[in-house]
Design a binder for this molecule. Structure first.
Ligand code: SF4
Length: 71
């Protein structure tokens, strides 16, 4: 299987985000909608959440979510 999530860093481009909350629906442990009606998120998703993180990335209609490998 692929890399673990332990060094993966999650980022949302707030300039692209439109607050549709599809990320929060697909990965409720990782994403929420903040007071500004845009996504808030766990910057370092814990191991075991890769599947929901990937689902959220795929679901975002604005392609606003990206995942970086930090090494
Ligand atoms: S799905 Fe995308 S556009 Fe919608 S709230 Fe989440 S990051 Fe923002």
């Amino acid at each position: 299987m692929g890399k673990t999530m332990s060094t993966s860093r999650l980022k949302v481009d707030k300039a692209r985000c439109e607050g549709h909350a599809l990320c929060a629906q697909n990965a409720p442990d990782i994403f929420d909608i903040g007071d500004d009606d845009l996504a808030v998120w766990v910057e370092y998703p814990p191991e075991g959440t890769e599947k929901e993180v990937r689902a959220a990335i795929a679901a975002c209609p604005r392609q606003a979510i990206s995942l970086f490998e930090e090494s």
